[in-house]
Design a protein around this ligand. Sequence first.
Ligand code: C5P
Length: 248
Amino acid sequence: MDSKANNPRIIVALDFSDAVQAEALAGRLDPARCRLKIGTELFTHAGPAMVRTLARRGFDVFLDLKFHDTPNTVGATCEVAASIGAWMINVHASGGSRMLKSARAAVDRASRPPLLVGVTVLTSLTLDDLVEIGIPHAPIAEQGRRLARLCKSCGLDGVVCSPQEAALLRAELGPDFLLVTPGIRPRGSAAGDQRRVTTPAEAVAAGSDYLVIGRPITQAPDPLRALAEIEAEIGPAGLAGSPAPARP
Ligand code: C5P
């Protein structure tokens, strides 16, 4: 089945340090039911070949490398990332408008442009963490909002944000701005290093387009069952009807 026609809302984070484990789990998953995310851990081990392998198997791949560097370097890197077949890529919004616009321009030059989203405030950060690095905005949602607005003004397709901030951002930034939310924890699952979390159903109700879910699925005794339980929790909303389609 064509995964794009189906438009699954769940993105499984393949946070593994080796390709064998990642491919083993991907081999048990169905591109019609989920997308996959490759982050820095797996990419450092397996590189672009893993993106291509999973894309060949029919998966939409979110390449979550969170670029944050000078405008020129980020633009050039986005151009390369766009060329290896990722469905979505991301940059840190705190890199500022010149960096974000450089990323936008680079992605627009690609023959098949991936979605480009900006990371606002990591879902693992608390207000104390922000104060520690000199960003004393209270409440923390204010900093997320500021960065999300910046992303929209620079033409990005959406943001990665906490599901706790999704409702606020949805109301402010409109229906077409993608909200991608990690920090998802089904009731009873361990928070781990995450701090600003919600359940899958709460994230969908708050307006999240895509739910990034790692350990609650990948570390579950039965990952397929864990995925099925999350799908059951969110019901028909598991297949996103509303997200903006991929850019032409
Ligand atoms: O295991 P868990 O569900 O916490 O995985 C969440 C995934 O989302 C991780 O791969 C993490 O790097 C990523 N992520 C995040 N917060 C962001 C952006 C990405 O947790 N703001």
